[in-house]
Design a protein around this ligand. Sequence first.
Ligand SMILES: NC(=O)c1ccc[n+]([C@@H]2O[C@H](COP(=O)([O-])OP(=O)(O)OC[C@H]3O[C@@H](n4cnc5c(N)ncnc54)[C@H](OP(=O)(O)O)[C@@H]3O)[C@@H](O)[C@H]2O)c1
Length: 304
Amino acid sequence: MDRGCGRGPRLTAGASLAKLRRITQKTQLMSANSLFDITGKVIVITGATGALTGSAAAYLAANQAKVVYLGRSQEKLDATLAGVRGQVPGAEVIGVAADVNDREALERARDTILAKWGRIDALLNGAGGNQPGATIAPDKTFMDLDFEAFQAVVDLNLHGTVLPTLVFTPALMEAGSASIVNYSSASASRAITRVVGYSAAKAAVENFTRWLAVDLGRRTSGGVRVNALVPGFFLGEQNRRLLTNEDGSLTPRGESIVRQTPFGRFGQAEELHGAVHYLVADASKFVTGTTVTVDGGFGVFSGV
Ligand SMILES: NC(=O)c1ccc[n+]([C@@H]2O[C@H](COP(=O)([O-])OP(=O)(O)OC[C@H]3O[C@@H](n4cnc5c(N)ncnc54)[C@H](OP(=O)(O)O)[C@@H]3O)[C@@H](O)[C@H]2O)c1
């Protein structure tokens, strides 16, 4: 006997087959194809020339989305787009140069996108990263923190998420069923030695994700959802020197991470594609304010 207290239909022992049939008929059965269909969705990705973001952008383009690559350098964007067009013939992709901390450049980018494609269905806030001064070197203490570097890391990761969101949200609200995906990190919820500025900024990104999810959820009755993607450890340009030696072997820190990851390895960029796809597609239509973690179990392992 079902003692559930939700609003769903209660199936008691006495429920007749006819009643069950009526319930089943009422349920809209959508095929996986329509739940995950992103054909023609206009998806903007900041920091799209990056390792993880670039890989996700190419995946979305390969799945018939119209993808806007945002980065600071037009040269880097052009080179990235040439690569994507080679990989995905007929890909609908454009590159727009904009710094995520430059409001006017973001507004120009938004206008360019709306003039070309007339709508914006998703914003992936992928621009982010760390810098040496905001990290405490092994022979230093917190008192040696370079505060300007700390501020620069907060500027890029937190303000560089809030500002594009501010600029693009009106267009997302117009779209009707839109999605914002903020890139967080495993360091947002657990203390990772040395990484002080980046961790604080990503923790704030997760908090902002929850706050905005509630605000936009209520304002748009679910028209714009806001979630965070939490990649674990993926080998990229920003952490390669920290985690691997020149010969490709692991540094002691790299070894420690792999030991604390139940899957026993770093992630591969393409292992984030499924989560990104889910968050931008209608499959996540009732999902907001949450974090989707892709980390091989790092975040739940106590180390024992
Ligand atoms: N890699 C990992 O293991 C890992 C783990 C957890 C979370 N993350 C997060 O996931 C996201 C993507 O990571 P990733 O590895 O793809 O990063 P990445 O390879 O370091 O690339 C980041 C991109 O951000 C762009 N960028 C930097 N500052 C910018 C600014 N002010 N305005 C606009 N774009 C800017 C850069 O492009 P331009 O130089 O062309 O501007 C760069 O290509 C980041 O938020 C990162 O913090 C990464």
